[in-house]
Design a protein around this ligand. Structure first.
Ligand code: ZN
Length: 368
């Protein structure tokens, strides 16, 4: 993972560090524990208001400070390299030329009520200059193909958000395989290339077998969601040779407004500041099912305006981000004797960066 992340000309990867990173991803993003499975078994019998009450009660006791993760291990070999060689480390910058960080706005559509609000939400994103991704549950509510077509015509992306959204996708291999077949059928029909697991429940082994270009089912770290934990990084990474993971790095709207009962976008802005120091990926989930209640739409608009005011933020769809990450990975950095040059599919868009330019920001982000 270290070599894929830094894309430098120097050989800085170490098998030990790579194994530690992999363990962190597995531990934080592993399969739903027996407690979660039991909860989803009982869930239909628990009134919705009681579910919210229980989640609020649990969230109150949780430390919500940002959890520093894999980035600490990623910069370790770089610091060692600089110290031992006396040279700076050049690498292919994380994002296309001109951008310091990237963002994706995604919408998981949970119900028929949410589906009816899809185009209204798309219009709000469009008004602020964003093209987002809408993730649909294949067989839970009626899906009007006209809406899918209109979204695609307007350059929004369509993703798959499970088959039923009943918490049972990873309950057994048999269920997963059956549902995977159904999801693949809808993906072909909608030309969808990405997946988000319902309720961000996850089984890392199953997710690694997905046939999609991108997956976005792992929070970087979220203790308040239905499946606590996360993959501990705010950067994309290769979940498998086929699939790029786009971690969900912002707390979802439902958690912010419903569980934590926040009234503004302070949580999002704080996290944005952290991700911005590292130059990572801002990945937000907003549901058309809940965002139109109370004053939430105003808060969402304000946050979109905040994003729009950042002039070196690359706003893209998940598919564009995952394709870029793959092109960058397939490219290499060569020392020409007169400096470094990028070769490969990212050559036209990539730029060369140096560790010394980001070291201070990284240190501040990881130590503060
Ligand atoms: Zn969902």
């Amino acid at each position: 993972m270290i070599a894929h992340f830094w894309k430098s000309a120097a050989d800085i990867a170490s098998a030990n560090d790579d194994a530690d990173i992999r363990d962190m991803i597995e531990d934080g993003g592993s399969g739903a524990g027996s407690l979660e499975n039991f909860f989803y078994f009982l869930k239909p019998a628990i009134p919705r208001r009681l579910q919210i009450y229980l989640r609020r009660k649990r969230a109150r006791g949780i430390d919500r400070s940002i959890r520093r993760g894999i980035e600490v291990l990623l910069c370790k070999p770089v610091i060692e390299h600089v110290r031992s060689s006396g040279n700076d480390l050049s690498f292919i910058w994380f994002w296309p030329q001109g951008y310091d960080l990237a963002c994706v706005i995604t919408h998981d559509v949970e119900s028929a009520r949410g589906f009816r609000q899809v185009l209204r939400l798309a219009e709000i994103d469009e008004d602020h200059g964003f093209r987002s991704a809408f993730n649909f549950v294949c067989e839970k509510y009626p899906i009007d193909d006209g809406v899918i077509k209109e979204l695609k015509d307007r350059a929004f992306e369509i993703g798959i958000h499970g088959v039923k959204h009943d918490g049972k996708l990873f309950l057994s291999e048999k269920i997963f395989k059956e549902r995977l077949g159904i999801m693949e059928r809808y993906a072909r029909e909608w030309q969808a290339v990405g997946f988000r697991s319902p309720s961000l429940l996850r089984d890392t082994k199953a997710l690694r077998s997905l046939p999609f270009e991108w997956d976005s089912s792992m929070p970087d770290w979220d203790q308040c969601g239905p499946h606590p934990g996360g993959c501990l990084t705010v950067f994309p990474f290769f979940l498998s040779a086929r699939t790029v993971e786009l971690p969900v790095t912002m707390m979802q709207d439902h958690t912010v407004f419903e569980i934590l009962e926040e009234k503004d976008d302070a949580i999002w802005k704080d996290k944005y500041a952290y991700i911005s120091r590292l130059g990572g990926l801002v990945n937000l989930i907003v549901h058309p099912d809940y965002i139109f209640e109370h004053n939430r739409l105003d808060v969402y608009r304000r946050f979109l305006e905040h994003l729009r005011s950042q002039d070196r933020l690359w706003s893209a769809t998940p598919c564009e981000i995952s394709r870029w990450w793959r092109e960058r990975d397939q490219s290499s950095l060569a020392d020409t004797g007169r400096g470094f040059a990028v070769h490969g599919p990212a050559a036209g868009r990539a730029s060369v960066a140096a560790w010394s330019r980001i070291a201070e920001n990284w240190t501040r982000a990881l130590l503060s």
